[in-house]
Design a protein around this ligand. Structure first.
Ligand SMILES: NC(=O)c1ccc[n+]([C@@H]2O[C@H](COP(=O)([O-])OP(=O)(O)OC[C@H]3O[C@@H](n4cnc5c(N)ncnc54)[C@H](OP(=O)(O)O)[C@@H]3O)[C@@H](O)[C@H]2O)c1
Length: 336
């Protein structure tokens, strides 16, 4: 069988990735599944911000020039000799960006892959890289287990209209009945989070010059401060949130997207002394704990909330593997 794959041409220590850094290769794939293997077709490939770090330099699990890109994908099983999978099964996984793949039993045993056959159809296979995939597990783990919201608390979320932030906001409102404030770039996204996701307020960070101005904006919409901050961005967002964080406040450090295109990320101004008598907590986390099923009940809970209509997936599509280098990573990372 023929497969197309996305190959990294050059590592990029800083700057915005573009089509010149990738090419599409074609190769032959055997359909002989052997003892324990499966043959799969990849139907969707994600463009997640963390991939920016993976192409900065080779080594440390990163992707080197000439290698096939890898990341979160969704697809279906074409052929199986493995007792855990049958033909037609739908899944999400972390795998190379290649349209057809033969996974041996050994490779399969080491692959992060979750079955979605009973939850989705091919028509909404994109949920495997969204609400029922890595971004969903990130929103779930960061909110449910790291921030642990209580009803009527106030949460502030940066990159609030994104794949992760948009779910954190909806869950905070629909499941936990919190007051929800988001930070987005531009009026259109601010309106989206308020009108479609139910946020109580939105701050347009592109109209804000520094942390002092952001603190002033936050005090307008949350005069008593915030109880939780879901950190996706870094820089002034983190600094301002620390300033308005209430006693017993929590910060979940999920991402620092404002620093990803830089070779030498800026450090935040931060005073740990303030945390002592206020009993505040800052905790970083990685989604794999929930995505792998090691912790929590991500897939079951998220699918239930989705089916009940409490969460609305927000997705952006580009058709064809050749569009991935042209549109995707730069859309995720380019601040315009
Ligand atoms: N810890 C984990 O396991 C984990 C897992 C997944 C994601 N993450 C992190 O979570 C964050 C959000 O990921 P996502 O998948 O939701 O991303 P996404 O859907 O691609 O959205 C990213 C958004 O970030 C905003 N942004 C980009 N550059 C920015 C800048 N310089 N300043 C402020 N905002 C900026 C943009 O929104 P605007 O148009 O509003 O500016 C962009 O649409 C990222 O930091 C990512 O690395 C962490």
């Amino acid at each position: 069988m023929k497969a197309s794959s996305v190959v990294l041409i050059d590592n990029l220590p800083s700057g915005v990735p573009g089509p010149e850094h990738f090419r599409i290769d074609s190769s032959d794939v055997s359909d002989s599944v052997g003892d324990n293997g499966i043959l799969i077709k990849i139907l969707v490939m994600s463009a997640d911000p963390y991939l920016r770090g993976r192409i900065k330099a080779p080594g440390d699990g990163n992707i080197a020039a000439g290698e096939v890109m890898a990341g979160f994908v969704g697809g279906k099983v074409l052929k199986s000799a493995n007792s855990k999978w049958v033909e037609g099964d739908l899944f999400g996984a972390h795998l190379p960006f290649a349209t057809v793949q033969l996974l041996t039993g050994d490779v399969l045993a080491k692959t992060l892959m979750w079955k979605l056959t009973d939850m989705i159809t091919e028509d909404n296979i994109s949920y495997s890289i969204g609400i029922l995939g890595m971004p969903g597990a990130t929103a779930y783990g960061g909110l449910v287990d790291v921030l642990r919201p209580k009803p009527s608390e106030t949460i502030f979320i940066s990159a609030a209209s994104g794949a992760v932030g948009g779910l954190v906001g909806q869950m905070s409102k629909q499941i936990y009945d919190c007051k929800v404030i988001g930070s987005c770039g531009g009026e259109e996204k601010c309106n989206l989070v308020k009108d479609s996701f139910g946020y109580d307020a939105a701050v347009d960070y592109k109209q804000v010059a520094n942390a002092t101005e952001l603190i002033a904006k936050l005090k307008e919409v949350a005069p008593d401060g915030i109880d939780m901050y879901f950190e996706n961005v870094g820089g002034m967002h983190f600094e301002a949130s620390m300033e308005v964080l209430r006693p017993r406040g929590r910060i979940a450090v999920c991402g620092q997207i404002s620093e990803y295109n830089s070779a030498t990320p800026q450090l935040c101004a931060f005073n740990p002394m303030k945390m002592i008598y206020t009993n505040q907590r800052i905790e970083g986390f990685v989604s794999t704990r929930w995505l792998s099923g090691q912790e929590g009940n991500f897939l079951v809970d998220m699918h239930k909330w989705l089916t009940e209509g409490k969460l609305k997936p927000q997705e952006t599509f580009f058709d064809g593997i050749d569009q991935w280098p042209i549109k995707c990573l730069s859309v995720a990372l380019h601040r315009t």
